[in-house]
Design a protein around this ligand. Structure first.
Ligand SMILES: NC(=O)c1ccc[n+]([C@@H]2O[C@H](COP(=O)([O-])OP(=O)(O)OC[C@H]3O[C@@H](n4cnc5c(N)ncnc54)[C@H](OP(=O)(O)O)[C@@H]3O)[C@@H](O)[C@H]2O)c1
Length: 357
């Protein structure tokens, strides 16, 4: 095992809070949410397990418009039938789309704009590709790698390019862009660590972090969400002896995403914006860690480095935590707590706190 301590302990993120759920529970029950009208949600990959759970949650909460997009329109029509039976007053639109195609995403954005007069509150990039689960780069295939990146990573990137303008232009909208990610993102070792999938999902999470940096200032909320283990078409690639890990109900991820994006969600939007989350985490316990998440900037990807304390006169102006570039470690970005017009009072690195302290 050659992984650094921070990578070896990466799976600990699963247990970020003590209580984990497999089914929806009262704190995130969609039936207790009343969305304003209009409220429009677009789910790219809207026909499978997680997609169905997402659509049901927003339908139960009273979304006025739901767009289900995927490649197979027939499967989508079946999903749409169920959603219409849950929310007979909602406008449910089925749209063919391949997230791996920029043109197709552009057409989906046009359909969304036309069908809902430019209104869009939430986009979920849910489509995913795994390929063969073999934790050995020599046995993985170039085709799997290419498809995983085209669907999971480039698809999310292009979905952001096409849909962010609509989200940002929607007056009083939820302005929310979610990527259904995976616990594979922080993974580097173990039988499930197939390189092409894990890395494509890590890159997807990084895209969310960068979108946050670029657009949170304009009111955008974005997050990467692990949907739990779902018995689905997608999960058929899993080895037989791992199938027992698929314990989550697809409605859990739907209810969790609704909890993140409902109008009164300002506290979670402030604390969790741009971060990697799991729908399994109990939201009351998660709320109990909001201050710590913000203070330590948790739940983001990091490089692990060791650092030396800086000379205290090495100051640059910025805001909040002042960014300082070390003389000794030119390439390492460090942060220091700063007193206005004073000296740095405390240093820490942009890395895993547990490892470096
Ligand atoms: N299942 C799990 O245990 C698990 C665990 C961790 C993360 N995830 C993530 O959760 C997400 C959903 O997985 P799932 O288990 O719900 O899968 P699923 O049941 O197979 O559903 C996937 C959905 O995405 C659509 N899709 C697939 N490729 C697409 C493409 N290129 N363009 C547009 N739509 C596409 C599928 O419809 P079409 O085939 O008709 O396009 C379907 O609607 C994925 O991102 C996956 O990585 C799943």
């Amino acid at each position: 095992m050659t992984a650094t301590p921070s990578q070896r302990n990466a799976p600990d993120i699963r247990q970020f809070v003590a209580t984990l759920h497999s089914t929806p529970y009262p704190a995130i029950d969609p039936a207790l949410v009343k969305l304003p009208s209009p409220y429009v949600v677009c789910i790219i990959g809207g026909g499978g397990a997680a997609g169905g759970g997402l659509a049901r949650a927003y339908a139960r909460a009273g979304a006025s418009g739901i767009i289900l997009a995927a490649r197979n329109r027939q499967r989508l029509e079946e999903a749409a039938k169920e959603i219409r039976s849950i929310a007979p007053n909602a406008k449910v639109v089925v749209a063919g789309c391949d997230i791996a195609s920029d043109t197709s995403l552009g057409e989906l954005a046009t359909t969304t704009r036309t069908e809902f007069n430019g209104r869009l509150d939430v986009v979920v990039a849910n489509a995913g590709y795994s390929g063969l689960i073999i934790a050995d780069v020599l046995q993985e295939t170039a085709e799997d790698c290419e498809t995983a990146f085209n669907v999971n990573t480039i698809g999310t990137f292009n979905a952001a390019r096409h849909f962010l303008p609509l989200l940002l232009a929607t007056k009083s909208g939820a302005k929310s862009f979610l990527a259904i990610c995976s616990m594979a993102a922080p993974m580097v070792a173990g039988p499930m660590a197939h390189t092409h999938y894990c890395v494509s999902k890590a890159a997807q999470a990084r895209i969310i972090e960068m979108i946050y940096e670029q657009y949170a200032g304009q009111g955008l909320f974005c997050a990467s969400v692990h949907p739990g283990g779902l018995k689905s078409e997608f999960a058929k690639a899993m080895p037989e002896d791992m199938l027992h890990l698929l314990t989550e109900h697809p409605d859990l991820v739907g209810a969790f995403c609704l909890w993140l994006t409902k109008p009164e969600a300002w506290r979670q939007k402030k604390a969790l914006n741009g971060r990697f989350l799991s729908c399994k985490w109990d939201v009351n316990e998660l709320e109990g860690r909001f201050d710590e998440i913000l203070d330590k900037d948790l739940l983001r990807l990091r490089f692990a480095v060791k650092y030396q304390k800086l000379p205290t006169n090495n100051l640059l102006t910025s805001y909040g935590y002042y960014k300082v570039y070390a003389d000794l470690l030119q390439t390492t970005r460090l942060y220091c707590k700063f007193q206005p017009f004073g000296r740095c009072t405390e240093y820490y690195s942009e890395v895993n706190f547990i490892d470096t302290e």
